[in-house]
Ligand binder design. Structure first.
Ligand code: FEO
Length: 406
């Protein structure tokens, strides 16, 4: 870990976690991640902005020493979650006179979670400034991008926004700045889907606040630095908007292939009607890929057999995720099969009180579907197409060839 220069007297101190596979034992990390801290040396005072994940503290402290600073005046904490605040106690051990600068909510959380004395803080409010001499830090409170405490620190003279979780990406790279925008876009979308989508209105507000700043760089708490802020801001504008795409996510599980056959049939009918379809066999699917697909999709279909009169547990897990991720999905449906009975569609709908979607008539078949099942799937495909293309002519779709099942 080495200090890397962003601008004169502004450095990145980034702890890469190349081989981390899961965040929070939940979120897959196909490209690893980084925890980013930044050092700003003013003519009078020096500030550290955020720290790193506790496991990376030792290398981080070594890198901080390599910067050659003999004193540290401020440790700005943009967010209390420990992947950013976890090394504050170690930094205070090295620089006991430094003050932790943060807002009231973040201060309370840090005091409750970490061994940091309440007297070590300077509390700031929205719009407050701290002078480092020839450099000035301004604090913008941006709650709920990720927790209620989150804020952005803006370095006025250098036009850099230090955004912590906001606009970040779980991507470990040796490049200080974003070089491969396509790769970054995928990582940033995955990150948005998993971390920010539940707080979409708050992300939109935070974005509007950043849009009012002159920006040369956006320096997030995860992933590389954006030297072209418009790139990530334009992506967030699209993701946080209310606009959906005519895409159908089908999350399904099949035990005896009956549900899988129904999914295949529905996919073909939807594709014929001009809809993009993304199937996920959720037993093996990466939950991050599924979350990403939900960022833009207008429609989600749950395909499940009945298990003990309810949905398959893997689909119940997906319904739980959809409920907490709160995608902007507008339409939903349940299809699948059952043996002796069950109330599967009702049970799935009840699991997602936060999903503000219109549910179409479900299609549930006993065992292997028959001709009436296929006719019901045709009707569902019509419903989905009509909802997605309300201005299209009400022309009858070309009748689909009916495969022999059951
Ligand atoms: Fe990267 Fe909310 O912590």
């Amino acid at each position: 870990m080495i200090p890397m220069k962003i601008k004169d007297d502004v450095f990145s101190l980034r702890a890469a976690h190349w081989d981390r596979k899961l965040f929070d034992e939940l979120v897959p990390l196909p490209g690893g991640t980084t925890y980013n801290s930044y050092l700003v040396k003013g003519s009078d005072k020096t500030a550290l902005i955020d720290t790193v994940y506790p496991l990376k503290t030792s290398g981080f402290i070594d890198a901080l020493k390599k910067t050659g600073i003999s004193k540290l005046d401020y440790i700005v904490a943009n967010h209390a979650e420990q992947d950013h605040s976890g090394s504050i106690p170690a930094v205070l051990e090295l620089f006991p006179d430094a003050k932790v600068v943060t807002n009231a909510t973040c201060r309370r959380l840090i005091c409750e979670m970490l061994p940091v004395d309440a007297g070590a803080f300077i509390e700031v409010k929205d719009g407050d400034r701290i002078s480092l001499g020839n450099k000035t830090l301004r604090f913008l409170l941006t709650p709920w991008v990720h927790w209620p405490d989150t804020m952005v620190t803006y370095l006025e003279e250098d036009r850099i926004a230090f955004t912590c979780d906001f606009l970040g990406a779980h991507l470990a790279t040796s490049d200080l700045f974003v070089i491969d925008e396509a790769r970054l876009e995928t990582a940033a979308k995955r990150y948005y889907a998993e971390i920010m989508m539940p707080y979409r209105p708050h992300s939109r507000k935070a974005l509007q606040r950043l849009a009012g700043l002159e920006l040369d760089c956006i320096a997030p708490g995860h992933g590389p630095v954006h030297a072209r802020p418009a790139f990530i801001m334009d992506l967030y504008r699209e993701w946080t908007s209310d606009t959906v795409k005519p895409e159908v996510v089908i999350a399904y599980v099949s035990m005896y292939e009956s549900t899988a056959i129904m999914v295949e049939y529905l996919m073909d009918r939807l594709a014929e009607k001009g809809l993009s379809v993304r199937p996920f066999n959720v037993v093996e699917a990466d939950s991050g890929d599924l979350a990403m697909a939900l960022v833009d999709a207008s429609t989600v279909v749950f395909g499940t057999p009945a298990v003990l009169a309810g949905p398959h547990p893997s689909i119940a897990y997906v319904a739980y995720l959809v409920n907490v991720l709160v995608p902007k999905t507008r339409f939903a449906a349940v299809i699948g099969s059952f043996g002796w009975g069950g109330q599967v569609p009702e049970a799935i709908k009840k699991m997602m009180p936060q999903l503000k979607a219109t549910f179409f008539e479900p299609v549930m078949a006993r065992g292997v579907g028959r001709q009436d099942t296929l006719a019901a799937l045709d009707r569902l495909a019509d419903d989905i197409a009509r909802a997605n293309f309300p201005d299209a002519k009400a022309e009858k779709a070309v009748p689909a060839p009916v495969p022999a099942i059951g």
